[in-house]
Design a protein around this ligand. Sequence first.
Ligand code: MOS
Length: 726
Amino acid sequence: MNGKEFRHIGKITPRVDGREIVTGRARYTHDVKLQGMLIGKILRSPRAAAEIVSIDLAPALAVPGVKAALKLADGKIRYAGQQVAAVAAVDERTAERALALIKVEYKSLPSVVDWEKARDAAAPQVRDGKPNVDKLFEYDRGDVAKGFAEADVVVEHTYRTGFEVHHPTETHGSVAAWEGDHLVVYDSTQNIHGVRDGLARALKVPAANVTVVKNYMGGGFGSKLGTGEYAVVAANLARECGRPVKVLLSRRDNAMCVGYRPSSHQTYKAGAKKDGTLTAFSLLDFASGGIVPGDEVAEPVVDLYRCPHCKVEEHTVFTNTGAQRAMRAPGHTPGAFGLESLMDELAASLDMDPLELRRKNYSTKNLGDTGLPYSSKGLDRCYDAGAKAIGWERRNRKPGEPGGEGAKGPLRHGIGMASSIWFGAGVPGTLADIVLYPDMSVEVVCGTQDLGTGTRTHMAVVAAETLGLEPKDITVKIGNSDYPWAPLSGGSLTAPSVAPAVRDAALKAVERLRAVAAARLKVEAADIVMEGRKFSSKSDPAKSATFAEVYRDLRRETVFHGERGGMPDDKYAFNTFGAHFAEVEVDTETGTVRVLKYVAAQDSGQVVSRLTAESQVVGGVTQGLSAGLFEERVMDDATGNVVNPNLRDYKIATSLDIPEITPIFIDVVDPLINNLGVKGLGEPARVPSSAAVANAVYNAIGVHVREIPMTPPRVLAALKRKESAS
Ligand code: MOS
């Protein structure tokens, strides 16, 4: 269980499917073409709130080439983009033409799109007879009044985060085909087993009669965790037509109706002693997730620091906009922006190094939920390694006061950091099979899916390591719900669920191979060692058998079932940690922020595959910089339509905006978590990244921008605030 003994685990392995992906041979849902396949299209409401008076499908059905049409709404429309009707036709143009001919009569109803206006008691009600503002989460420990009374310094600020859209490269979509009463759906999903169950329920067929296939996908970030309405539409149209139907959503649909990260307005108050010891925290938060609740952002303030008194009150605000969906570390990402920004402003009030303030207060146990100590904890080592790599001593001693690199004309230079806590221990009960063939082929089979993170590679690495083979010797089969159960790929669960199951199956396979070798060599199995693609007798090294001989002795393919075991959850809390450090340059004339350098130190336990792990960190940081500086959905308040529903007007960072990113892994290997000590990484790498940049900007210009994205107008407004204060 020590990385140094491993040949492949924790080492650099090129993606086993890299060639397939870069040559365009990898088949994504968008690439699926079946014999006789029709194209389905969905008509969506242009209004934010309305009563459907009537839907007339007849003109669409009269179009030659149209094979079916469905009504998808009766009664109320609650957001623009809600599905109203659908058609299936022989090609895309015919389907679009038919869609345009469907006659829908709406009776407009009052709506509220702006979530600040929705808080007004006089605003139109989004949910019939219920107020727009509702309780989301409450938490209380200790006595905050006492804690604030004990404080020498108290700071209070409001931090705001906007609506961030997932915008995966591959838009959402499904291809549905019935083979008799068995439904096969090719779906761009993070959750093949979940979509199978969801489709079975929606279509009222047994789960055993549904197979969901996803070979490759171009991103999801949480927006593809559930059963899509479009998948149900594809299956229903296919059933009606007796032909396969493909439904792909557009880029605009991605902005309108398949989720986004909810907004938040987080008002924090923190109290501390002169020496930096925290005495009290309070958080009042408002969040909006459209027609569904927003995200709770409180987890970081509840659990990251050892503060004895803490009170949280969170509210959600309903609006006539599409439902939010989980997005890479839901809640934690905005929560870390708020809390970690506040920590820097508190450090300034205390005239203290913000890193020292964190070191003094970080918690070693889960305070809010279980009160249990964290099993293996590398946050302190993330602080050390990250600070060293960025050159923490180069920062300005006080925010905005040169002491480090200094000021050059309108340019100000700064360094900031932020920390994170996240779950990511994996799911007990995850299954994987290893199949050994007499010709020495080896298969690993698991009903997991690769959402782009490199799942096939980490499975091949674990199997090869355990079996004494090379990753290229392993055939990995995933992405089919008929394979052994694995959880959704979200919550940073995939590696810590799947890798231990593969390890377990492979260990069982090795045990059998040793027994087979022992029989061939006529020695005890305990006497057999596996090394250099051979099984040999320890007591008599002259006796040995090659892998080829021993595999041949299996005589037929042999399956070994592996399972990810349980955790001692009554003794420890299992979490991942990280500390991110950013260096920025701010142009005080234009308000532009450039990130110059970035260091991300992560405690995610044992690294399985170093290249894919690094790519998770680079991806998470890139997304955080992008969200922190550029990304924001803008709505038209009158109609509830998204004003920037494309990738030209919705700004996403490009490679030119992204600096050198240095991932650092703190290999704290925790045997209590699973048989490899693997923890999740995808979300931890995203959590503190916007906050680290915001704190670097604060260090550069001496005023905190307190709202992401930190667009030039917001940076300039913050600088104005500073001027008028001085
Ligand atoms: Mo993630 S938001 O659990 O895909």
